[in-house]
Design a protein around this ligand. Structure first.
Ligand code: B1M
Length: 212
């Protein structure tokens, strides 16, 4: 079994220390950070999601795997985010109210920081008002929202509605993402854009803010 399969398998088993060690070994062996992320950590987490859906494992197991995911992301962080890129503008991000899933949102934040954006991360379970209030206070022209639950994704439209009702349309743009979302959903709620993963998010944010 190669090291990426080992990482995926250890993450599935919730072995956080092992995932951290294997990730560091993979980095030292010169395995590209993007491969460690996609074929190791995310591949393992996808298996966890499938097993959870099929009720082969339960919530405490998923929590252990989430902890292992963070143990792998920690050493990977500086390799995902390229150092020394000039600041390109402020972005407010967070996971929408009612939703505690933050791994994907954090990854998007890492990639945006790596691309030179100043990222204000409001965390998870974020009130719609908090997104807009923070963007106004910080002078941030973009809000990025994440949702992993079909029950919480609809709350994103409250943020878009607040931007409109406060007369901020055009001044503050929105981008949404998360596993249950789609470009159609983004259009339906009036968001300015949708991204399926971290690197696409960087490209779409650059385009929305008109920076190279
Ligand atoms: Co939850 N959970 N969970 N969970 N969990 C899912 C999402 C689920 C699909 C599992 C399943 O049934 N197969 C299911 C949702 C079903 C649905 O809504 N239709 C589910 C459920 C049901 C639940 C609970 C309700 C379970 C319960 O209590 N009975 C509960 C809800 C709690 C709550 O939020 N209120 C719950 C809890 C949890 C944990 C706390 C145990 C844990 C989260 C820990 C944490 O995040 N700190 C957890 C986990 C880990 C998962 C799975 C297994 C993995 C999610 C993940 O981190 N993926 C997940 C199944 C799955 O997705 N396979 C599942 C890895 C991550 C890198 O991918 O988040 O998709 P992702 O992010 C991607 C893209 O989506 C995109 O880029 C990222 C990088 O590529 N992206 C963006 C994300 N945000 C973006 C924003 C952008 C752009 C792109 O722009 C701003």
């Amino acid at each position: 079994m190669d090291i990426l399969n080992h990482i995926a398998e250890s993450l599935r088993k919730g072995e956080d220390q092992r995932v951290g060690t294997l990730t560091r070994e993979a980095i030292a062996a010169g395995v590209p950070a993007a491969d460690i992320l996609q074929e190791g950590l995310i591949a393992g987490m996808n298996v966890v999601g499938d097993q959870f859906r099929l009720r082969e494992i339960f919530l405490p197991d998923v929590l252990l795997s989430a902890r292992a995911m963070y143990a792998g992301l920690e050493p990977l962080r500086p390799h995902l985010a390229k150092a020394g890129v000039p600041l390109r503008g402020k972005v407010v991000i967070g996971t929408i109210k009612g939703d505690l899933h933050d791994i994907g949102k954090n990854l998007v934040g890492i990639m945006l920081k790596g691309a030179g954006f100043e990222v204000i991360d409001l965390g998870h379970d974020v009130e719609p008002e908090a997104f807009v209030d923070t963007a106004v206070r910080e002078g941030a022209p973009l809000i990025g929202m994440s949702a992993l639950l079909t029950t919480t994704m609809s709350r994103m439209k409250e943020v878009v509605a607040l931007i409109e009702s406060r007369g901020l349309s055009g001044q503050i743009k929105t981008i949404v993402g998360g596993a249950p979302l789609s470009p159609e959903f983004a259009r339906e709620i009036g968001a300015d854009d949708y991204a399926s993963d971290g690197s696409t998010a960087v490209e779409r944010v650059k385009a929305l803010l008109g920076v190279a």
